[in-house]
Ligand binder design. Structure first.
Ligand SMILES: Nc1nc(=O)c2c([nH]1)NC[C@@H]1CN(c3ccc(C(=O)N[C@@H](CCC(=O)O)C(=O)O)cc3)C=[N+]21
Ligand SMILES: [Mg+2]
Length: 298
C-alpha cells in the first residue's frame, strides 16, 4: 500500500496567507499592528531556534514581534512581573512563554499569570476549562493544526477510533478534547499504558506526541489508519554528520506500508505549529479590539 504523505508545509503556507490578509485588515481597522510577545527563559538551543522562527513569521505576516530573553536563573517573581507587564500592554495581543521552563520555576503559576485573552497557547486554567466545556476559546497550536488537517482530509470523522499517545498540557490533553468535540472515540495512552500495540491496532486515527524516537512501529498500526506524528526527536549525529537526523515518534518508513496517510518529520505537524500560532495571534487581536473577524476561513 502506498500512503499519502501529508504536507504540513503546504497547509501552513495556506494558513499564513489567510492570516497575513487579516493582519493587514486589522492594522487598517485598529490603527496598529497585531502583536505577539514570546518569552524565553534560559539558553536551550532548540528553543532559541523556535523563538527566532516565531519572531520571523510574525513580522513576515505584518504583525509586531516582541521577544524577551531572560537568563536561566531568573526568579519566579521577575518572570511573573514580566507576564503581568505584557498583560497590561495594549500593543501585545498574544503572549507565549516558551516551555519547558528551567526547573526552579513554577510553570503552572507562570501559565496561570497569563491573561486568558492573550493566551495563544490555550493553556491557562480558564482556556483549558473553556475547551473542556466546549466553549469557543484559544486552543494550543499543534493540536489545533492536527484537527485542521484532519478536517481538510476527512470532513466529518464522527465515530472514528482515535488513540493519542502522550498527555502533555500543550499537546495530548487538548488534542483529546478537540477529537472528542469531533465525536471521535478517544483513548489516551502514555508511558504507563500496558499494551500500546494492542490499543493502536484498533485506531483509525493515531496522534503521537511522546518524544520517544520511532517508538511506534509500522506493524502496530491498523491498515488504513491516519497518523499525525507530533514527535520531534533529534538522533545523535552519525559519522560525518554535523547534526543528527530529526525523527518522529512513529517509525515512518515502516508505517508507509500500513497506513492511509501520515505526516512526516520534519514537514508535517510541527511545520503547522507556527502558522497556527500566527492564526491564534490574529484571532486574539481581533477579539481584544472588539472587532469581528471578517471571515470564517481560519
Ligand atoms: N509555550 C510553548 N508553546 C509552544 O507551542 C511550544 C513550546 N512552548 N515549546 C516548544 C514546542 C515545540 N514547538 C514547535 C515549534 C515549531 C516547530 C517547527 O517549526 N517544526 C518544523 C521544523 C523542525 C526543525 O527543523 O527543527 C517541522 O517540524 O517541520 C516545531 C515545534 C512549539 N512549542
Ligand atoms: Mg500562553
Amino acid at each position: 500500500m502506498s500512503a499519502t504523505i501529508i504536507d504540513g508545509k503546504a497547509f501552513a503556507a495556506g494558513l499564513r496567507e489567510r492570516v497575513g490578509k487579516l493582519a493587514g485588515e486589522f492594522e487598517a481597522k485598529a490603527g496598529r499592528k497585531a502583536g505577539l510577545a514570546v518569552v524565553l527563559v534560559g539558553e536551550d538551543p532548540a528553543s532559541e531556534v523556535y523563538v527566532r522562527s516565531k519572531g520571523k513569521a510574525t513580522v513576515a505576516l505584518g504583525m509586531e514581534s516582541f521577544e524577551y530573553r531572560l537568563p536561566a536563573d531568573t526568579p519566579q517573581e521577575e518572570l511573573v512581573a514580566m507576564v503581568e507587564r505584557l498583560n497590561a500592554d495594549p500593543s501585545v495581543d498574544g503572549i507565549l512563554v516558551q516551555l519547558p521552563l528551567p526547573k526552579h520555576l513554577d510553570e503552572k503559576a507562570v501559565i496561570a499569570a497569563v491573561d486568558p485573552d492573550k493566551d495563544v497557547d490555550g493553556i491557562t486554567p480558564t482556556n483549558a476549562g473553556r475547551l473542556v466545556l466546549g466553549m469557543d476559546t484559544l486552543v494550543s497550536c499543534t493540536p489545533l493544526g492536527c484537527t485542521m488537517i484532519l478536517k481538510d482530509m476527512l470532513g466529518d470523522f464522527s465515530g472514528m477510533d482515535a488513540v493519542i499517545v502522550g498527555r502533555s498540557i500543550l499537546f495530548g490533553k487538548p488534542m483529546a478534547q478537540l477529537l472528542l468535540a469531533e465525536n471521535c472515540t478517544v483513548t489516551m495512552a502514555h508511558s504507563r499504558t500496558r499494551d500500546l500495540p494492542g490499543l493502536l491496532r484498533r485506531a483509525d486515527i493515531v496522534v503521537a506526541a511522546v518524544g520517544v524516537p520511532e517508538l511506534i512501529r509500522g506493524d502496530w498500526l491498523k491498515p488504513g489508519a491516519i497518523v499525525l506524528d507530533g514527535g520531534i526527536n533529534r538522533l545523535e549525529a552519525g559519522p560525518g554528520e554535523a547534526k543528527g537526523r530529526l525523527v518522529g515518534d512513529v517509525a515512518f518508513d515502516e508505517a508507509l506500508d500500513h497506513v492511509k496517510a501520515i505526516t512526516p518529520v520534519p514537514g508535517g505537524v510541527g511545520a503547522t505549529t507556527i502558522a497556527v500560532l500566527m492564526r491564534n495571534t490574529i484571532v486574539a487581536a481581533y477579539r481584544n479590539e472588539g472587532l469581528d473577524l471578517p471571515d470564517d476561513t481560519l
